[in-house]
Design a protein around this ligand. Sequence first.
Ligand SMILES: NC(=O)C1=CN([C@@H]2O[C@H](COP(=O)(O)OP(=O)(O)OC[C@H]3O[C@@H](n4cnc5c(N)ncnc54)[C@H](O)[C@@H]3O)[C@@H](O)[C@H]2O)C=CC1
Ligand SMILES: O=C(O)[C@@H]1CCC=N1
Length: 281
Amino acid sequence: MKVGFIGTGSMGSLLIYALIQSGALEPRQIAASNRTPSKVSQLSLRYPGLHESQSNRETVIRSNIIFLCVKPLEFRHVIDDILPVVNSNHIIVSITSPVQLRHLESSLPCKVSKVIPSVTHQVGSGASLFIHGERMTAEDRSLLEGLMSHIGKPYQVDEACTRITSDFSSCGPAFISFFLEQWIESAVRLTGIKRADACALAGEMLLGTGKLLTEGGYTPQELQARVAVPGGITAQALALLRNNLDGVFDSLIHTTHEKYDEDLVKLDEVFRASEINRQQY
Ligand SMILES: NC(=O)C1=CN([C@@H]2O[C@H](COP(=O)(O)OP(=O)(O)OC[C@H]3O[C@@H](n4cnc5c(N)ncnc54)[C@H](O)[C@@H]3O)[C@@H](O)[C@H]2O)C=CC1
Ligand SMILES: O=C(O)[C@@H]1CCC=N1
């Protein structure tokens, strides 16, 4: 299996790192290209054998599966660029949520899927979300899921639920880190605890909480009940959080969905405009 990466910014390079580190791929199985070529040169120095493609087309030509790791509004440009060298056997994967299967299927002659990864894959953890296109056979699906299972837990989701599922799996690490950052800064300011100690304790706590939710059979509600003995300190603090955060998560979900919808409107325009142009010429 040969795997290509178009775009080696934050997420493209993280996926390359994680897939090599986990043993899922050897560097010689990978080809990569990026708008700024020096980013790929750095990767090929770090992983001898990784092929530094001179163009996105070269990445496609050398690969069976190609991950498009660029931002949503860069998709149209990348697709137009690689189109002449894409054939029906290629599997092209979008790692970004607002790009729809219909955008990919209407503009590419190959098999397509969306796989929304998470920064947690850097440590072989977290969920990756799968939304397969109709041209993906059962064999293609298990090939892609098998590859990603080395660095996270594959989850099939409906495209209509892409935003809310990636809110948890992909944006979640940032949201929870924000929560912890605020908490740690208050702790440092009010109690004098060393920031490094607070960070280490917060990380261990989050890891353990994650395990209780995934392996320990707890729901978030049950976990609160287990820790918050009636009349105790945790119960009092939970009441404070409940009052102060009332409505925050509704607003959070509205915010992520509004931004997603904005991107989707722009993508629909870009993909439609380009189809109209193609018909004219
Ligand atoms: N950061 C995260 O945790 C996650 C990000 N994503 C999605 O992944 C996508 C990429 O995100 P990042 O890697 O954080 O962005 P980034 O900006 O770090 O990387 C994008 C890369 O694409 C390259 N690029 C742009 N146009 C190109 C072209 N025509 N040909 C070749 N390379 C080109 C840029 O030079 C850059 O290196 C975004 O849509 C993001 O929403 C998805 C899941 C998680
Ligand atoms: O494309 C997305 O929705 C992802 C989730 C986190 C960042 N970007």
